[in-house]
Design a protein around this ligand. Structure first.
Ligand code: GTP
Ligand code: MG
Length: 201
């Protein structure tokens, strides 16, 4: 799929103030610093579209980007950033949960996990919570450029194995790098196939 246009529309903390209408939305979630905003820039090939930072906790709002005037990419704040303190963490959690639970336009949630690390409790708990609420999601392994292919593959397999302990069927998954653009075509194709399906209904 070609990205012909990508426009920032609105940032906010209130799910009720998100754009009106029923265009499908694809949202990005995961721990702080995992690479959500970078992935949005990589997918759209617009470097400064979503604001990124080497320090965690950059994205604090729900950010809507309109793509090809027909669907949205949504950049969400990261979860689990300890330095923010209990109150800050709870506030972020509320924003994330309200978006996920109260946004029928949300078509697929991409859950990002860092391909360098072993499965983390916080991600597993979050994925379990998604399952309990019937939220459609897929997994995105990020920062694949930071490790060798063999380590990458063994980490991905370890992750999938852990998921299989809780899930009969594995969710779709993607291996990506915002540096090398690995995984870009696969994710865009996946989004396109869902958009096509929605248009047929
Ligand atoms: P928050 O908004 O704080 O939750 O973080 P985020 O998940 O949006 O992460 P962000 O995209 O801001 O990236 C965090 C850091 O990781 C930045 O320094 C990025 O340059 C770096 N980064 C993100 N993706 C990749 C990648 O695929 N490869 C490499 N090498 N670095 C990456
Ligand atoms: Mg961000």
């Amino acid at each position: 799929m070609d990205i012909k246009s990508a426009e920032f529309i609105i940032s906010n903390t209130d799910v009720n103030k998100c754009p009106q209408g029923n265009l499908p939305e694809y949202a990005f979630i995961g721990r702080s610093n995992v690479g959500k905003s970078s992935l949005i820039n990589m997918l759209t090939e617009r470097k400064g579209l979503a604001i990124t930072s080497a320090t965690p906790g950059k994205t604090l709002l729900i950010n809507h980007f309109l793509i090809n005037k027909s669907w949205y990419l949504v950049d969400l704040p990261g979860y689990g950033y300890a330095k923010r303190g209990q109150k800050g963490k709870e506030q972020i959690k509320r924003i994330i949960e309200s978006y996920i639970m109260q946004r029928p336009q949300m078509t697929n949630l991409f859950v990002l996990v860092d391909s360098r690390h072993e499965p983390q409790r916080i991600d597993m708990d979050f994925i379990t919570w998604l399952g309990e609420h019937g939220i459609p999601f897929s997994i995105v392994f990020t920062k694949a450029d930071k490790l060798t292919n063999s380590k990458l593959n063994s980490n991905v397999q370890a992750y999938l194995k852990q998921l299989q302990e809780f899930w009969e069927e594995l969710p779709p998954y993607f291996i990506t790098s915002s540096e090398t653009r690995k995984g870009r075509e696969e994710i865009l194709q996946y989004i396109e196939s869902i958009n096509k399906e929605l248009n047929q209904n």
